[in-house]
Design a protein around this ligand. Structure first.
Ligand SMILES: Cc1cc2nc3c(=O)[nH]c(=O)nc-3n(C[C@H](O)[C@H](O)[C@H](O)COP(=O)(O)OP(=O)(O)OC[C@H]3O[C@@H](n4cnc5c(N)ncnc54)[C@H](O)[C@@H]3O)c2cc1C
Length: 300
């Protein structure tokens, strides 16, 4: 038992492990559902041909595949850093990166997994909803991953705490780690668009940090979720690029990196530009939520 008031600090190492286990469960759920979905598509005939021969169906499953590959690499990177830390081989930079990436990976893969397994359930049509296929159990068990071990919002606030506690050092390490990965891809022409999109996202993120730094803590709190999503998307993008730049990389490794990086990699900058983190917007949030609520009467 810890000293009074030191409870959270004393269990924080355990939280690192259980949160990484959560990431493993998220990746495993996505992979399991996609494996079942792609096999089903080789057998089920709809509208005169196998599901696998409907390009729109394949596009849908491929989107899930890209999400899962990004999540898998984020998991492996976190586990690599944990391995270094547990064997006393982690540099100070490794430790800072691990501190940042654990909540980022947990919150992001939890959300990805919820979205992917629901989409995968739909890929079985009505069968996906039937209890005796076993699919709804996988979906239900996956949905808890964004709730326990800290919800998305709570972990986003933890990401901010890692910035404050390290006086911004975690971000310096983050930027440098991403840049190094992108440099590895400098001679792979097919990865050029992905590298450019990631570099653009990094500079938007740096601009966001500068702009947010001159505003109050409320701005960062309102931005916490988008900020964490931004870190996850940029870091996973850099990992996919690094992976696709290996000499023995496959063409699908390159496709996965390109597709991942063509999504909005820096949602926090776009939202700041739209004034989403201003105090009036927070008031508008409450007004939107409670308009018409009989319990609130005219208080809002
Ligand atoms: C199946 C299951 C098993 C569990 N097992 C364990 C266990 O073994 N041990 C254990 O200790 N716990 C366990 N839990 C508890 C779990 O960790 C908590 O339910 C989870 O952390 C969410 O906390 P809460 O339920 O108190 O939600 P609340 O804190 O009430 O959160 C409700 C909502 O408000 C949001 N919210 C809360 N505070 C803020 C804030 N400051 N800013 C923005 N948004 C906020 C949250 O994101 C969430 O969406 C388990 C939960 C489940 C569902």
């Amino acid at each position: 038992i810890s000293a009074e008031g030191r409870g959270v600090a004393s269990i924080s190492n355990m939280l690192n492990i259980t949160r990484i286990h959560n990431v493993i469960a998220a990746v495993a759920s996505m992979r399991r559902m996609i494996s079942l979905s792609r096999e089903y598509a080789r057998r089920r005939v709809a509208f005169g041909k196998l599901l696998k021969d409907h390009p729109l169906h394949m596009q849908t499953v491929a989107q899930m595949e890209v999400q899962t590959r990004g999540a898998f690499l984020l998991l492996m990177e976190t586990v690599r850093l944990l391995g270094l830390a547990e064997t006393n081989m982690a540099s100070e930079q490794d430790q800072l990166l691990l501190r940042l990436l654990i909540p980022v990976a947990k919150l992001y893969t939890g959300k990805q997994a919820s979205a992917v397994v629901v989409e995968a359930m739909e890929s079985f049509g009505g069968q996906g909803y039937m209890e005796d296929t076993g699919l709804p159990v996988i979906v239900r068990d996956t949905l808890v991953l964004s709730i326990w071990e800290g919800t998305t919002n709570i972990l986003s606030l933890d990401v901010l705490r890692s910035l404050t506690k390290s006086q911004g050092q975690v971000m310096a390490v983050f930027f440098s780690a991403v840049q190094k990965k992108l440099e590895l891809a400098s001679s792979t022409a097919k990865l050029e668009p992905a590298v450019k999109q990631t570099r653009d996202a990094i500079s938007s993120l740096a601009q966001f940090m500068q702009a947010a730094g001159s505003k109050g803590a409320e701005t960062m709190e309102l931005a916490a979720r988008d900020f964490s999503y931004t870190l996850a998307r940029i870091y996973a993008g850099a990992l996919l690029i690094e992976h696709a730049a290996r000499p023995d990389a496959s063409s699908t490794d390159i496709s996965a990196a390109r597709r991942w990086c063509s999504q909005e990699l820096c949602p926090v900058a776009a939202a700041l530009e739209n004034s989403r983190y201003e105090a009036e917007e927070a008031l508008a949030d409450s007004a939107l939520v409670y308009e018409g609520s009989p319990a609130c009467g005219s208080r809002l």
